[in-house]
Design a protein around this ligand. Structure first.
Ligand SMILES: [Zn+2]
Ligand SMILES: [Zn+2]
Length: 123
């Protein structure tokens, strides 16, 4: 009857399955040191600190104020990675556009804008 043949096929399948499983185990065993190294590296405090800082910087908005031109007298006040408000950037090439600027820059720009207005009116 066909029972023998079916049993043989089932054995063959089991053998193939066993070999595939063995190959997977081998591959995993070979990869394991690499995976361990990656996991270990990522969990080291100094690496965590770098990753944490990168994540924090990604969340920050950079100040896109053009300090030397927008407020040359107060160039050092910029909090470069802490843009909180959107200011208007006037450029001869791009026209006026909204850019994120930090609070100190916004204040300096406003003050300078005010001075410019005064100056224009006076002349
Ligand atoms: Zn600025
Ligand atoms: Zn700024």
């Amino acid at each position: 009857m066909g029972t023998d043949r079916e049993t043989g096929f089932a054995d063959q399948l089991a053998e193939v399955g066993r070999r595939v499983g063995q190959a997977m185990d081998d591959a995993r065993a070979r990869l394991q040191p690499t995976l361990d190294a990656i996991t270990e590296t990522a969990s080291r405090p100094e690496v965590r600190a770098v990753i944490d800082r990168a994540e924090r910087i990604m969340k920050l908005r950079p100040c896109l104020c053009w300090c030397p031109r927008a407020h040359p007298e107060d160039r050092g006040i910029c909090e470069m990675l802490d843009a909180v408000i959107t200011g208007l950037h006037s450029s001869s090439v791009l026209g006026e556009m909204d850019v994120p600027v930090c609070a100190p820059c916004a204040a300096a720009r406003a003050a300078r804008q005010f001075d410019d207005d005064q100056g224009e009116r006076a002349s």
